[in-house]
Design a protein around this ligand. Structure first.
Ligand code: ZN
Ligand code: ZN
Length: 798
């Protein structure tokens, strides 16, 4: 190796070392990464997530000077514990025009007497501020011949302000304008407000004070002025303005005074601008947290740079943008972790997507869509099978086993009894043989089973000797399936609702949702981060309420209707279902409001699962109650059934989203069908357990129909049976003209506490033996029958 080459090599090594050393020095400086905000958008093709953050260096100072490359070299961000690959991410140092936190309030006050060309440039610069700030952060006003109102501006409405701004002014009412704008940050009215030369109809914008209260350190007043026109003599002067500022009771924005001195410098103006931008206490020391800056320049470009720097101070410093993890469906809470050279330097929790509307969505081809609906139908069928297994196999099996444990006993000879005879085979029962001791009619276990798992006397002298068991042979019979019809109906209604939910973009009524969120969401700190998710969730809520309310009501009411259905009855079912839809939607609207209030109160950076729970419970309770209107369902059954199914549906929704199916729509489908099926099943179960009184029709086209009359069989209440719609049971299926308008009454006697029957017209045959005397009551016992017209009713008690 030649000497020259050696020198070059050494030079290279030293250079490399120096570069590495300098990088190491910079790199060591990061102490903390502060996550500030996140950004992502719903919709097809949007699968980029941006995290905004700031870098805090070793001296605990905000470091805005670090280059994106430096950060890229050492910063690792983990999403839910998994490293986001370098190839999928991009780090940017933010420039103005990119992102300002929503907690800031900017009041921009512009001097109309500035030259037209100057105002053009100010207008443009303020435009950048407006574009990078979330809506509602920036207020614009002018002064000159008079002080104008502070108008909230966004990227759209801002343009309309230009005409007003470009109007020239002959005067400059300067001190009053500043005084008025400072006063606007306070709710209480300022002493000298009335002395300000205001535009006609001037109004203090009360929103500014409201916002300012929430983040007292994030309020800024920008004042643009020059010296082309001299200030007028005013009753408010320098002393009045600074006195107002110095008062500790007043909330003060930081003032940035941007003074273009190209047209000469006015000492008065300079003094007051210096005075108000540097607030001093009684000893003359500058109060840093209340002070902005005085920035004079005879170069308009410098003035603009100063302005942009002040805006930049309020901004997030860096953005970390990455491609959403392929195949991952975001359903809500995502935890981020920042590592600097392997050390944990910061954490952030954000919500991405919601359980109701997972993110990202992708373009579906026609075959994808077909596949989706086929899978959905299969899932619905599987859910039906699942419910069927639970209701027809699992529950009877558990009941049967517990019955065995309780009532199958080895026979022990009793004192004073010398022989026991089996009530079925009439043989002696020997000590040690297995017997069933459910009722007093003791039987051998094999005899008990041979008799169909019941006592030989059951139905005549015995009311309790029966065991639940699985009838394998008749498991798939029509009768067995019929027991599950309400559950299947609920699942079908859930499936229909879900299909429409999908087809309508998972959430209609976005406008209404925004109004609700605006009313309930009071936490401005969360606003820029969570507002969009809340609107999305609320829109989904409203749709769910409407759809499930309508379809579940439609299908349950259809099956609850024991009468012959004519167009009037169909119309009634339809109308009442619309009512349920409205109630469901209102319940979810209120639920969404509660959700927003709750979310504002817990003050998290993401949406915790429990914030949504009240909305689902409220919806379910209201929907179940709406189902009791003009139906046979009693309130208690509805409430219990509704609560059970709401909890089941909610658990399914949130747990299936945690488990992370690759089909984003799956959790919502499961929620819809399991909620529907659960509501059907729990209504049936609760009724079976809690309700006592039924009328079973024995003959004719309505044979096997069981009408629950529990709702009306209460003391002081009655069930009337007859031809008119006034009756609780309207016999519109009777073709004979033997039925009166109101023919029979059933009720519970107050004194005897017994169910009674009273004929109101002749021809009521009691237990097919004798005719009831009109107007005279008779006791009604379990199993009694009576005829009205040609229909035989059997009274049943559970
Ligand atoms: Zn026997
Ligand atoms: Zn018995």
């Amino acid at each position: 190796m030649g000497k020259n080459k050696q020198i070059i090599l050494w030079k290279c090594i030293i250079a490399c070392f120096l570069v590495m050393a300098s990088m190491a020095v910079c790199a060591q400086n990061v102490q903390r990464i502060e996550f500030c905000d996140k950004k992502y958008e719903y919709g097809v093709g949007n699968d980029q997530i941006t995290l905004f953050f700031r870098v805090i260096d070793g001296d605990r100072k905000r470091n805005q000077e670090m280059s994106a490359e430096e950060l890229q070299n050492y910063l690792v961000i983990k999403e839910d514990g998994n490293i986001i690959p370098l190839s999928d991410c991009k780090i940017e140092a933010l420039k103005s025009g990119q992102r300002i936190p929503a907690d800031y309030t900017f009041s921009v006050l512009v001097d109309k007497s500035i030259s037209q060309e100057g105002k053009e440039r100010i207008f443009e610069a303020v435009g950048h501020l407006v574009e990078s700030a979330p809506d509602g952060c920036v207020y614009l006003s002018f002064f000159g011949d008079e002080v104008t109102n502070s108008v909230p501006v966004n990227a759209e409405s801002y343009k309309a302000m230009k005409e007003e701004m470009m109007k020239p002014a002959a005067n400059k009412y300067f001190y009053g304008a500043i005084y008025a704008k400072l006063a606007e940050f306070n709710t209480a009215s300022a002493e000298m407000e009335n002395l300000v030369k205001q535009q006609t109809g001037y109004q203090k914008n009360s929103d500014i004070a409201k916002r300012a209260q929430l983040h007292k350190d994030k309020n800024i007043l920008f004042v643009f002025t020059d010296s082309r026109v001299r200030p007028q003599d005013e009753s408010i002067g320098f002393i009045e303005v600074t006195d107002f500022q110095n008062d500790r009771n007043h909330l003060m924005p930081k003032v940035y005074a941007l003074y273009y001195t190209g047209n000469g410098e006015d000492e008065n103006v300079k003094a007051i601008l210096q005075g108000i931008s540097q607030v001093r206490d009684s000893t003359g020391t500058v109060v840093a947290e209340r002070s902005g800056a005085y920035k004079p320049s005879d170069n308009m470009s410098t003035v603009m740079t100063e302005f942009e720097q002040a805006v930049k101070d309020a901004m997030y410093d860096y953005a970390f943008t990455y491609k959403a993890t392929p195949g991952k469906i975001y359903h809500g809470h995502v935890a981020y972790q920042a590592e600097w050279k392997g050390t944990n330097v910061g954490e952030g929790d954000y919500s991405i997507g919601t359980a109701e509307n997972p993110w990202p969505s992708h373009e579906e081809t026609g075959s994808d869509t077909v596949m989706k609906y086929i899978i959905a139908v299969l899932v619905a069928l599987l859910t039906m099978a699942f419910f069927f297994l639970i209701m027809k196999v699992l529950i009877p099996w558990v009941k049967s086993k517990s019955f065995n444990a309780k009532y199958y006993k080895k026979y022990v000879p009793e004192a004073n009894v010398n022989r026991r005879i089996c009530h079925f085979c009439k043989q002696d029962i020997q000590p040690g043989q297995l017997v069933v001791v459910k009722c007093r009619h003791i039987m051998h276990v094999p005899c008990w089973k041979a008799n169909g798992y019941k006592c030989a006397e059951y139905g005549q002298n015995c009311k309790e000797g029966i065991q639940d068991h699985i009838e394998w042979k008749s498991l798939f019979s029509a009768a067995s399936l019929r027991d599950c019809y309400q559950t299947f109906a609920g699942i079908l209604a859930g499936l229909f609702s879900w299909v429409i939910f999908e087809l309508t973009g998972r959430g209609l009524f976005r406008g209404l949702a925004e109004i609700i969120v605006n009313a309930g969401f009071t936490n401005d700190e969360q606003r820029s981060n969570l507002f969009g998710d809340c609107v999305n969730k609320t829109a989904a809520f409203l749709s769910i309420g409407l759809l499930l309310g309508f379809f579940l009501s439609l299908i349950f009411r259809y099956f609850d209707e024991y009468r012959n259905k004519n167009w009037k009855i169909y119309l009634k079912i339809f109308g009442l279902s619309l009512l349920s839809a409205l109630i469901g939607m209102l319940a979810f609207a209120l639920g969404a409001y509660i959700f927003c209030v709750l979310l504002s109160a817990v003050n998290t950076t993401y949406i915790p699962w429990y914030c949504s729970l009240p909305a689902y419970l409220l919806f379910s309770i209201c929907l179940s109650l709406s189902l009791t209107i003009k139906s046979t369902i009693p309130m208690k059954s509805a409430l219990l059934g509704g609560l059970c199914s709401a909890v089941i549906g909610f658990v399914v929704l949130y747990f299936s989203s945690i488990s992370g199916s690759k089909y984003g729509w799956m959790s919502m489908l499961l929620d819809f069908i399991i909620y529907g099926g659960g509501l059907g099943a729990s209504l049936v179960t609760v009724r079976m357990l809690a309700e006592k009184f039924f009328l079973a029709i024995q003959n004719g086209i309505k044979a096997n129909q069981r009408i629950p009359i529990h709702k009306w069989m209460k003391v002081g209440n009655k069930v009337s049976i007859g031809m008119t719609g006034e009756c609780e049971i309207q016999m519109n299926w009777e073709k004979s003209n033997k039925v009166a308008k109101e023919h029979v009454q059933l009720y519970v006697d107050t004194a005897k506490q017994l169910p009674m029957i009273k004929a109101l017209a002749p021809g009521v045959f009691y237990n097919s033996r004798f005719e009831l005397v009109v107007g005279k009551a008779a006791v009604l016992s379990n199993g009694d029958t009576f005829t009205v017209g040609d229909t035989i009713f059997k009274y049943e008690e559970n």
